[in-house]
Design a protein around this ligand. Structure first.
Ligand code: LLP
Length: 385
């Protein structure tokens, strides 16, 4: 959506800040994903609910027949309420509580992506008490960081996610032994905002290696879940609004070497919803410093924490002005010095009351909003097209 396409007249009566979602762009993005799935009949998509669980967005994605990837009982419930069928729901998370496991077992979700031997034992026990069998994939830490190129092995990067791949055989034997757990496959996730396809190629190589090892050991493979992580272009939201799904799915299509007919699951979040969302705020004050000027807006880190938390870049546009650009630090009202959206950015001259759009905020924006400083959670509005 170009700057001039934002219907700012209709924004006048609304309380800022709020999220504004471009539904036609979301639909075009989902079409682009679907086109790739159509070319690869063994590929299945499970949208990563953590990126955005706005009910309207979830319903739009569920209506395409995609599954959902969840990380909590709350997300499982939100996915079910939005119309995702339980057979399409996968659930990962290093710390699933008993209550969350019972909820997911009761709903009959497709898969628990189990992250430790200890979790497998709890899944077995809780499933036994409910007279059920928990379908499980083992989440393996593939020890591949973003920007690790194929063929270059790094040291053992132990972190809280997943099972060390050296321990795979041992944990799998436990899963195969437990009577109320059914082993179904392997799960991976290497990171987020990944733009270098060599990272995904490295993941394919690691998966191929593990599959061979399992086959040689006479163990089952099951299906493969490669997680999410495809990045978007935050610099150019207008020129490149749709992520490169062709390169992404093509990488897995070309480099995974799996037994014929093996299903491959994907869990994209950001690349599906980030481009379609903007945080709309009003300029409250333009403050002249000695060496800088600040555009103080009514949006803050409580609605969009990514710049404060990760120093993430989001393009800021002044929707109300066509005056010559000036350089601003765009900041929010929260009493934290990190409550800065962007520093020294050239933006069309700002005046009190102007509407600004903070672009590419559809993923990990509304879903990470907080009440800090007693701010209300932001409302959301939709461009229907
Ligand atoms: N699957 C698993 C197991 C994950 O942990 C994640 C994201 C995804 C899928 C979806 O990844 P995506 O396609 O969205 O990259 N709050 C951070 C991002 C955290 C991502 C956490 N896991 C941010 O705002 O950049």
């Amino acid at each position: 959506m170009l700057k001039g396409d934002f219907p700012i007249e209709s924004f006048r009566g609304l309380r800022t800040p709020f999220y504004y979602y471009d539904l036609p762009l979301l639909r075009r993005t989902l079409d682009a994903v679907q086109a790739q799935l159509d070319r690869n009949p063994t590929f299945r998509m499970h949208y990563a609910v953590k990126a955005n669980f706005n009910p309207r967005i979830l319903a739009e994605i569920a209506s395409r027949g995609f599954g959902a990837d969840c990380v909590s009982g709350g997300e499982v419930r939100a996915a079910l309420e939005a119309g995702f069928p339980p057979e399409g729901i996968v659930y990962a998370g290093v710390g699933k509580s008993d209550e969350e496991i019972r909820l997911a077992l009761g709903a009959g979700i497709a898969r628990f992506n189990a992250e430790s031997a200890a979790e497998l034992e709890v899944l077995d026990e809780l499933a036994a008490r409910m007279g059920k069998v928990a379908p499980v994939s083992l989440r393996i830490n593939p020890d591949i960081g973003a920007h690790t190129h194929a063929g270059i092995t790094t040291g053992l990067a132990e972190n809280k996610f997943g099972i060390n791949y050296e321990q795979l055989d041992e944990v799998m034997d436990l899963a195969l032994r437990l009577p109320h757990v059914q082993y179904c496959g392997l799960h991976f996730h290497i990171g987020s905002q990944i733009l270098d396809m060599m990272d995904f190629r490295a993941l394919c190589n690691r998966i191929n290696e593990l599959v061979l090892r399992l086959q040689r050991g006479g163990r089952p493979v099951g299906d493969i879940n490669v997680g999410g992580g495809l990045g978007i272009n935050y610099q150019h939201p207008n020129h490149l609004p749709i992520a490169d799904f062709e390169a992404y799915f093509g990488t897995f299509g070309r480099h995974l070497q799996l037994p014929a007919g093996t299903t491959v699951h994907f869990e994209l979040g950001r690349s599906i919803v980030a481009p379609c969302g903007s945080l709309i705020a009003r300029v409250l004050y333009v403050k002249q410093g000695t060496r800088k000027q600040f555009a103080i807006i009514d949006g803050s880190m409580t609605e969009l924490v990514r710049p404060a938390m990760y120093r993430a870049y989001h393009r800021v546009e002044n929707l109300s002005s066509d005056e010559p650009e000036e350089v601003y630090d765009v900041v929010g009202p929260v009493c934290e010095s990190s409550d800065v959206f962007v520093k020294e950015m050239a933006i069309d001259r700002c005046r009190r009351g102007d509407f600004v759009a903070i672009r590419s905020a559809g993923a990990y924006g509304e879903s990470m909003a907080s009440h800090y400083n007693c701010h209300p959670l932001p409302e959301s509005f939709f461009f229907e097209g």
